[in-house]
Design a protein around this ligand. Structure first.
Ligand code: ATP
Ligand code: MG
Ligand code: MG
Length: 377
């Protein structure tokens, strides 16, 4: 089988390598962290993402190169594109690693983003806040994840402090209108170089402190909105000329409208539910797409709730060996635990997740609510 090189060796690369190994592919990963999650299941080149010699070694060892992380150096991806085969391309990475470039790409595809303004200094922030109205969210244009690098501004007195805090990062800034959403949802679309497109069922996502806590499928959102969301994600995948996956995060407004929040050209935490709940997992689909194989069946086989296991939840989850108390059995729910093998557990760090296959998502939600595991932090 061919060898797939992965830029980034986190949990997404690990689960991609596990899925792709079952399909007969070999993997190699480039990641600076010793014993990275993916490095435990595939050979690892331990080097910085901007190390050109290491990138060349990855190219030499790989037939196809993919990325599992947007914050890899786009210049390195461009170099790899010259020396190897990078079906996703470096342009997609360049666009999606910067919120303003990403929003402009959405606009030219006719896809609505929440109203926003580019911020260059404090006066431009004050003016933008006046135009958009409060509350607003100030975000760094690059480098953010899990809600890091952003500040909600609820009154004009908070403008200066928010500016000082985020400008200190030295990154470009963007101000977004705060959307009073009825739900947050996401759609993972896959597109292959030959132009086949398929999207997975819509996931309803609940965040706590800016970090994904739950994905609920089927989403508790009107069918017509779900159809619209999938169409929108597929259209965006086509217009961005995606090869592989495109994860599209959206807000559903009170009146049923959709705004795209952000996109990621890779497997996504909100797609982990597909591992057991769909006929094809997002990781298999990504491998299929970048290898130009026919895309897999995206049928939902069971209702499912994915719950993230953060550092503060890990000890309890491990103690219960992922097969928690009888309340869950009473509901006939089946928990599937996935741990990422990270070397260090920290509060707020994603250490694993559980897919709770169930007859009714409310059962799984009731159980998560009543167990003590997710009450600590
Ligand atoms: P991720 O881990 O998904 O990459 P991130 O750090 O890139 O996160 P966002 O997805 O932009 O950040 O924001 C994190 C969360 O903050 C969103 O899922 C949403 O709950 C909330 N949020 C962000 N922007 C807005 C907005 N304009 N209006 C309302 N809520 C928002
Ligand atoms: Mg993000
Ligand atoms: Mg997000």
């Amino acid at each position: 089988g061919a060898t797939i090189g992965i830029l980034g060796g986190g949990q997404l690369g690990r689960m991609m390598a596990l899925a792709g190994t079952a399909m007969g592919y070999r993997f190699i990963t480039l990641d600076p962290t010793p014993g990275a999650p993916c490095g435990q299941v595939a050979p690892q080149i331990e080097a910085s993402y901007s190390d050109e010699a290491a990138a060349r070694n990855l190219a030499l060892a790989s037939d196809v190169i993919t990325y599992e992380f947007e914050n890899v150096d786009a210049d390195v991806a461009a170099l790899l594109e010259k020396e190897s085969y990078v079906p996703q391309g470096s342009t997609l990475l360049y666009t999606t690693q910067h919120r303003l470039r990403e929003k402009r790409a959405m606009e030219s595809a006719g896809i609505p983003a929440a109203p926003y303004r580019e911020i260059t200094d404090l006066p431009s922030l004050i003016q933008a806040a006046e135009e958009l109205g409060l509350p607003c969210v100030l975000k760094t244009a690059t480098g953010g994840y899990d809600g890091k690098g952003q500040a909600v501004i609820r009154s004009s007195e908070e403008l200066e402090a928010a500016y000082e805090e985020l400008a200190a990062s030295g990154r470009e800034l963007v101000l977004e209108k705060f959307i009073a959403f009825q739900a947050e949802i996401s759609v993972i679309a896959a597109r292959s170089p030959k132009g086949e497109v398929k999207s997975f069922p819509v996931s309803e996502n609940i965040h706590v402190d800016g970090i994904l806590h739950l994905s609920i499928v089927p989403a508790r959102v009107e069918e017509s909105i779900q159809r619209e969301a999938r169409k929108l994600a597929e259209k965006l995948a086509e217009s961005l000329n995606v090869a592989g996956l495109l994860a599209v995060e959206m807000f559903v407004t009170e009146d049923g409208g959709l705004y795209v929040n952000e996109v990621a050209p890779r497997p996504h935490n909100s797609g982990h539910y597909t591992m057991e709940a769909c006929a094809t997992s997002q990781f298999e689909q990504h491998v299929r797409a970048i290898c130009n194989l026919p895309l897999g069946d995206i049928t939902l086989l069971s209702p499912v709730v994915m719950v993230n296991v953060l550092g503060q939840h890990l000890e309890e989850v491990v103690k219960q060996a992922g097969v928690p108390d009888h309340a869950l059995n009473e509901y006939g729910a089946v928990p599937k635990l996935h741990l990422y093998g990270k070397n260090e557990s920290k509060t707020g760090r994603k250490m694993g997740h559980i897919n709770l296959l169930c007859k009714d998502v409310q059962h799984a939600l009731d159980w998560i609510e009543q167990t003590h595991i997710w009450r600590q932090g």
